[in-house]
Write a protein that binds this ligand. Sequence first.
Ligand code: C2O
Ligand code: CU
Length: 558
Amino acid sequence: MKDNNKYNRRSFIETASLFAAGVYVMPLFSSCKPDTSSAHPNVGTTVNSDFNADVDIQLKAVQSSTRILSAKNTDTYSYKGSLIMGDKQTLQQLEGSALGPIIRVKKGDKLRIRFENEISEKSIIHWHGLHVSHENDGHPEHVIDKGGTYIYEFEVMNRAGTYWFHPHPHGHTGEQVYKGLAGLFIVTDEEEKALNLPTGDYDIPVVIQDRTFDKNSQLVYLSNGRMDQMQGFLGNRILINGKVDNTLSLNKDGKYRLRLLNGSNSRAYKLAWNTGEPITIFGVDGGLLESPKTLPYLLLGPAQRVDVWLDLSKKSENEELKLIHLPIPLDNMMSGGMMGGGMMGNKSDNSLPYNSRFDIININVGAPKKNNSSLPDRLLASSTLNPNDATNRNSPRTFNFGMEGMMKWAINGRTYNGMEVAEDETVKLNTTEVWRINNGGNISTGNQNDGGGMMGNNRGMMGNGSGMGNMMQMPHPVHIHQLQFNIINRNTENVDQNLWNAVKDGFIDEGRQDSVYLLPGMYMDLVMRFEDFKGLFLYHCHNLEHEDMGMMRNFKIE
Ligand code: C2O
Ligand code: CU
């Protein structure tokens, strides 16, 4: 820990002086070592004839025009897929939606994906949650221009689960996802197939996103500039699978798997059934849980996925069932509180307030039709990493997610800078570690940020602290590339009690995950293992506006 502190301070001073000297435009000369070890002359540019693909797909990012609202088409971006080789079920287009095709593959499949960029901005695709090499991970440094092609070749090593893909060009991820570039990537495996879970029409994708349209049916993004960016985009209506029609027509007596993805740029949802029945979850980011879990409601942060079990055998035909968002007291933090005091003005948009109730999905219970699926009590053998295997069980590698200076979101005071990676972001292959991700929680080391103190041990914006650091706390949905971790501790001592009481029963800490929702005042300990691939991978805030502002860093596996 001491070393980290020393490093941070040195890095900051050197960075600051380089910046002052005007040479900081060249990240190669900065104080942090750039990584070039994984550079390969033909990365992404050629088809490797030794790679025997089972599935070969062309995926184009294109400018598109989509009838989302009834009045007029909306200018969007879309991924258009076509199958060059592989099972016919591999690509499933979503009719009438700008969102990408659903890609369905099996564990062990070898995939070649030819990404062609036809939009007039640089782009690259990241396979969110997949365990792939640096070259296949969609690193922002691998962006291609309009007219370019990037060829991915990788084996699907993940277990069955709901993963997804979206662009990752630094500074433009938020806008490109917002305009429609995102799709589900569904993996199946033998273990899951043996379970008799719902398939086909009973396995339903539900991508939840918030959007704002203007009078001409065009998407509005960050209309308040920097203020919206600091907060993250919040829309005024909910789209399901890219559509405003949120009705699912399902069969009475049906047993369904709803695969939920929160594909929103920054919004989290507190999801519950309108009937007050508890919600049953049986899978998370990295696949099935060992056993299903029943919660009164579920908190789903950006980029998180869950599998919801829905049994309509006790419903009657035409009964109304809705998945709704329940109020969360977060608005103050987002506008009046965080940005308040007149400093940045008050919330001026008409985004859906967090602290309100609104519909997410409307379920229309139709005529009876049974399927033979069931939800077993035991889904999977344990797949939990043992924290005692960690090289740093009692001294976790700590990452503070918070404000740097007045108006910049950062991680340990640093922001994204190309291939730059610091010593305290370097880990060893074939090791297990504990990482502590902290959003102003009361961590006991006490001197993490002894230099600046911005995000140190303050009491949270609604606590008794004072000063900018305290006022500028927000939730940060943290995502780590390339691996699936287990949560071993979630410390909430410093979370505002009003907020905590509203959400505390909605977290799932079981199962393998790649994205977590880190509330102000919270810290979490995650156990993870670095396997199979050396190289640079990202970890970042998945509030896409925060990410685009630089709340993203590399870690290096060596
Ligand atoms: Cu879904 Cu690096 O992101
Ligand atoms: Cu953030």
